[in-house]
Design a protein around this ligand. Structure first.
Ligand SMILES: [Zn+2]
Length: 174
């Protein structure tokens, strides 16, 4: 069982709120690569399950940062988080299910966790930024997205709020 990446289900449905997976960006040159979980600045961001930090905070968008965690069979890129992440989060560190790893960061007029997923375990560059270069044998202009990009929607639907887990764990030890 895996944990939903923030402590509540966003009021703005991530299926339709914000910008959903696959929506067109930049006049059709780019696909929206993830799901937006609209949440206040400072909302804790949680590890889905046991994982390995592949990338510490890296500048992402409008003053926000991204971190990357390898889980069992998939990679999650947590984006639009604050520059200050949990002390335990650095390249090569392990994280546990439900652990707070970062906090939602502040953008101009909004704040959210932009969550991207990649199948498998290939780290590296998550966006094709060089218009001339192939990445994973995919021609540039392929929406600048990697072919192993996953739609997070069905996963988000399946993952459970951490509060559900704590009550479950509580039962176990009573
Ligand atoms: Zn987004």
């Amino acid at each position: 069982m895996a944990v939903f990446p923030i402590p509540f289900i966003p009021k703005f449905d991530y299926h339709y709120g914000g910008i959903r997976f696959g929506a067109s960006r930049d006049g059709g040159n780019r696909r929206h690569a993830g799901c937006d979980l609209i949440a206040p600045v400072g909302t804790p961001v949680r590890a889905i399950e046991w994982g390995l930090v592949l990338q510490g905070p890296k500048p992402f968008y409008h003053g926000t940062y991204s971190i990357v965690v390898q889980y069992n069979g998939y990679i999650v890129r947590y984006c639009e988080v604050d520059k200050k992440v949990a002390d335990e989060v650095y390249e090569g560190a392990n994280v546990q299910a439900g652990q707070t790893i970062a906090w939602v960061g502040k953008m101009n007029n909004s704040s959210m966790l932009h969550l991207e997923m990649y199948k498998g375990n290939e780290g590296g560059h998550y966006t094709q930024t060089n218009g001339k270069k192939k990445y994973n044998n995919v021609e540039a202009k392929n929406f600048k997205r990697r072919p192993d990009l996953l739609d997070p929607t069905p996963y988000l639907d399946k993952w459970r709020l951490w509060t559900d887990f704590s009550s479950w764990v509580g039962d176990l030890f009573e």
